[in-house]
Design a protein around this ligand. Structure first.
Ligand code: UDP
Ligand code: MG
Length: 314
């Protein structure tokens, strides 16, 4: 019988130092899981270091190594999408290059799919050891907020590390949106997912590419991509302010009729003007967020552009 194939998709952005550790580790795992054929699909996301050279030499050495190299940095979301599109395996796993997603968990993940009939096995870290406390705090807040706002469930601490069947991968490839937020997309397509928990592992080499600001923007992307509640909130604020102003108009008319109209109340008027115009700008801002996403979607720009693959390296 023909062996089934598993594709390991690895987004890499400036990972020249981690790659050799990763390759050794995944090769070890592939020896243990010898009932499967392996394909390692590295996606070089416009690295400015020697990542691409490293990938070229790996693919010369080992024919299981494939790579796609982007024309510039498109972000991890694009890299994961490209990996899924180009993968050929019956099963596909997405894994970070820095060994923060332990490859040794793969055989356990595979068992859940093969023996217990799950379509996908996701991982979540239960600790955030080695992470700045302020970042953990905001991350927790984000999950609380987005789960209240969105019908699609987002699991706190979920990593992008997961193993999926071809059927589920195809469902994800069919979601061709430009503003990608994978944690939401995985949950959106449904299927049965088993969650495995593990303790946070620190990266083996190099450093994280996520600054606090980048994560903050990513969180906003997540909210706008999977919830329209902010739009509803701004309409509700608008309605509340209309009601308040109607009451105020009524009170002021009565007061003027009874007491006349001496010029006073300038400070309170200024306060009201500042408050209301602030809220207006805030609501227009929310509207702008959705409009800008719609604008980018309608352009239908490609999610990634490939400059080189292992086929060019023969
Ligand atoms: N990554 C990528 N493109 C980017 C940023 C990151 O392909 O623009 C890859 C990176 O090489 C790594 C993975 O995404 O394999 C996770 O990145 P990182 O370790 O910096 O994130 P963290 O683990 O700190 O969340
Ligand atoms: Mg990492």
């Amino acid at each position: 019988m023909k062996k089934e194939k598993i594709s390991i998709v690895v987004p890499c952005y400036n990972e020249e130092e981690s790659l050799k550790y990763f390759y050794d580790e995944i090769t070890k795992v592939s020896k243990e899981m010898d009932d499967l054929d392996f394909e390692y699909l590295f996606v070089n996301d416009g690295s400015s270091d020697k990542t691409l050279d490293e990938l070229r030499s790996l693919s010369k050495k080992d024919k299981r190594v494939r790579y796609i190299s982007f024309s510039r940095n498109f972000g991890k979301e694009s890299a994961m999408y490209a990996g899924l599109v180009e993968s050929t395996g019956d099963y596909v796993a997405i894994m970070d290059a820095d060994l923060q997603d332990p490859p040794s968990m793969l055989s356990k993940m595979y068992k859940y799919i093969k023996e217990e009939g799950y379509d996908s096995v996701g991982t979540r870290r239960v600790t955030r050891k080695g992470e700045p406390p302020i970042r953990s705090f905001f991350a927790r807040m984000f999950y609380k907020i987005i789960n209240k706002m969105s019908k699609v469930e987002m699991v706190d601490g979920a990593r992008d590390y997961r193993l999926m069947t071809r059927q589920m991968v195809n469902a994800i490839i069919d979601l061709k949106e430009y503003n990608r937020y994978s944690k939401g997309l995985f949950s959106f397509v449904g299927f049965n997912t088993k969650w495995l928990e593990y303790e946070n592992v620190e990266r083996v080499a190099g450093e994280t590419k996520w600054s606090f600001w980048k994560l903050f923007i990513y969180a906003l992307d997540g909210i706008t991509a999977f919830s329209t509640v902010p739009l509803a909130i701004s309409s509700i604020i608008g309605i509340i302010f209309c009601l308040i102003s109607m009451i105020m108009i009524f009170v002021i008319i009565i007061k003027t009729l009874i007491f006349g109209d001496p010029v006073s109340g300038w400070p309170s008027m200024m306060c009201v003007i500042f408050l209301v115009s602030g809220i207006q700008l805030f609501c227009i801002g929310i509207l702008g967020q959705y409009l800008s996403k719609t604008y980018l979607e309608t352009k239908k720009r490609p999610i990634y552009i490939v400059k080189e693959t292992e086929k060019d390296n023969k």
